[in-house]
Design a binder for this molecule. Structure first.
Ligand code: SAM
Length: 285
């Protein structure tokens, strides 16, 4: 197994390299695809007027901007991310929004102002720490004693056909991605409530509450099967599995993905597959 700082360095490189490239190129599409998750997560976290909110792994900023709107001019939303290219997009989008700030830093080690934040929030930005218990302990120090944490993370891979269906179709033609260990960072690393509970309680949080939310994830954003195939092959694990493969294998994988997604295509242009997340909330112990 790789050392935690090695895992961590890999993540920082990924989110400043190929990961960022894909999110930046697909930002508008991703915001649309994940809009329902954003709504559910913000409603669950319930930011109030005047609160100070830290958005962990804010990416291209959609979530931070939504939080800023909720806390209003007397509050503030801080988007923090390790990815320079993604923050660049976020900064551009927030021009003229006074109650937003952006920090390029590692959430695991950044020296936050102690007890300065009412709400730690994240949509899919907390599953990539090399040493998650240490990272959450660092984040807890930023939280006021009566503050709270709320984040969205994926439930297990088999419960997420939006990712499983295209990936398994591609695997008929390209080699599988390296298997991640149970403690390795990655999109599904927070799928197991026992593991998340262990991490959060070690970091000084109370036993968390897990709320299930299920969505129909429209990979096409209403633009039909071709758009869904573009999204599934340009982004996410299927695109990673196809990377650097011979053209013939890639073409065959794309055809297989199209065939696998076709049954989900509806006459209104949507290609919607089930997606399953946890909304996890807790507070300092
Ligand atoms: C799956 S993306 C989610 C982006 C955004 N929250 C959204 O929902 O659109 C994960 C984000 O976490 C960020 N990230 C990963 N490790 C991080 C760390 N140690 N500190 C801060 N951000 C990190 C990545 O750069 C990336 O922007």
């Amino acid at each position: 197994m790789a050392e935690t700082n090695e895992l961590h360095a890999e993540q920082v490189a990924f989110w400043n390299g190929p990961g960022a490239e894909r999110w930046v190129a697909n930002q508008t599409r991703m915001d649309a695809t994940l809009a329902e998750v954003l709504q559910a997560a913000v409603a669950h976290a319930a930011p109030h007027e005047g609160e100070s909110v830290l958005d962990i792994g804010c990416g291209c900023g959609a979530t931070t901007l939504a939080l800023a709107a909720k806390v209003g001019p007397s509050g503030r939303a801080i988007g923090l991310d390790v990815s320079a290219p993604m923050l660049e997009v976020a900064r551009r989008r927030s021009t003229g929004t006074a109650n937003v700030a952006w920090i390029r830093a590692d959430a695991a080690t950044h020296a936050f102002d102690p007890a300065s934040v009412d709400l730690l929030f994240s949509r899919f930005g907390v599953m990539f720490f090399g040493d998650p218990a240490a990272a959450f302990a660092n984040l807890r120090r930023a939280l006021r004693p009566n503050g709270r944490i709320m984040f969205a993370c994926w439930r297990p891979f088999p419960e997420n056909p939006w990712m499983r269906v295209p990936l398994h179709a591609a695997y008929a033609h390209v080699p599988p991605l390296p298997k991640l260990g149970p403690e390795d960072p990655g999109p599904f690393s927070f799928a197991d409530p026992e593991r998340v509970t262990r991490i959060l309680t070690q970091a000084g949080f109370a036993e968390p509450r897990f709320t299930k939310r299920d969505f129909a994830m429209d990979l096409a954003n209403g633009e039909g099967l071709d758009a869904a195939v573009r999204q599934a092959t340009g982004f996410g694990p299927a695109s990673r599995a196809m990377e650097d493969q011979p053209e013939a294998a890639r073409d065959a994988a794309i055809d297989a993905i199209r065939t696998a997604l076709a049954p989900y295509a509806k006459s209104n242009g949507q290609v919607a597959l089930p997606a399953a997340i946890w909304l996890v909330d807790s507070a300092p112990a």
